[in-house]
Design a protein around this ligand. Sequence first.
Ligand SMILES: Nc1ncnc2c1ncn2[C@@H]1O[C@H](COP(=O)(O)OP(=O)(O)O)[C@@H](O)[C@H]1O
Ligand SMILES: [Mg+2]
Length: 345
Amino acid sequence: MPAPSPGSAPPPPLAISTSGLVKSFGGTRAVDGVDLAVPAGTVYGVLGPNGAGKTTAVKILATLLRPDAGQARVFGHDVLREPDAVRSRVSLTGQYASVDEDLTGTENLVLLGRLLGHTRRAARARSERLLDAFGLTEAANRQVKKFSGGMRRRIDIAASILNTPDLLFLDEPTTGLDPRSRNQVWEIVRAVVAQGTTVLLTTQYLDEADQLAHRIAVIDHGRVIAEGTPGELKSSIGAGSVHVRLRDAAQRGEASRLLERLLGSPVRPAADPAGLSARVSGDGTARGAAEQAARALRELTAAGVRVDDFALGQPSLDEVFLALTDRTASDGPGRATDSTREPTS
Ligand SMILES: Nc1ncnc2c1ncn2[C@@H]1O[C@H](COP(=O)(O)OP(=O)(O)O)[C@@H](O)[C@H]1O
Ligand SMILES: [Mg+2]
């Protein structure tokens, strides 16, 4: 590799780059013109609801599906022209586990290690280390079909990093897991990245992307609707949000109208019938947001709305997601017209 010229930082090498990637199934554009640039050595989050096109994109990148249009490169290798070079550098887990249900944890890892060309001894040693690192030592001699959901997810990941891959695809690795198992998977992801592996993580969970990802692409209907660091995405929708609980749920309508006028942003009812929340933009600073929120509270009280609880917080990624999807819904352009979530009749 040529040395960078003095004074100019070399551009970060990209583990993944795509441009204009498209994949349709019948009338459904599952992936609808996706551009991604994933710096090597990072966790890159692809965040989107069920059906957004995450798995389809991952399958294209892992050379399991051919795109209809566009380009995708993995460490500079074109997925269509150099699939073997791509395959030699990636590993995939999540919705396509390669472990055998009838074998034990150890048997699976040793078998896969042997398939990857390790000697029996090396495969055993590696398997032991991985089972230990993943908290699966006790499950080593248990059949995988008797594993809990969390154990299963961990052995899937263990199997996919038997050979340390340069790029690991984790397709919704924590969907359906209890909080403790999720945390264990998160720790594993952090450990894998610390060893230099790039991770492309798809998730439906905003807090997961927030916790793990250096950058996030938010996708909906096969399109990237926002991209940035978690902090950038949060600040793109305002400085914070207020959460209000009223003494009397009957005043919620009135409080909503007032807040909407005072804050200039849509008010969302909470699950609690006396609860409301709304974004605060202020002048974009935390201080401006606090002042605007304080004014809103004064005016609510002055108007006779009884407030039990009033809190100003940073917007959650959940709110970011709602804000982004609202925007695309109301702006029209940029949204796929053949929406897969609308009734087709
Ligand atoms: N093999 C397939 N045949 C037909 N439609 C598919 C196929 N795979 C995915 N789709 C459709 O493409 C869209 C995106 O799916 P997918 O990539 O699995 O989304 P995600 O992983 O984000 O949940 C969905 O509408 C899904 O129903
Ligand atoms: Mg999926």
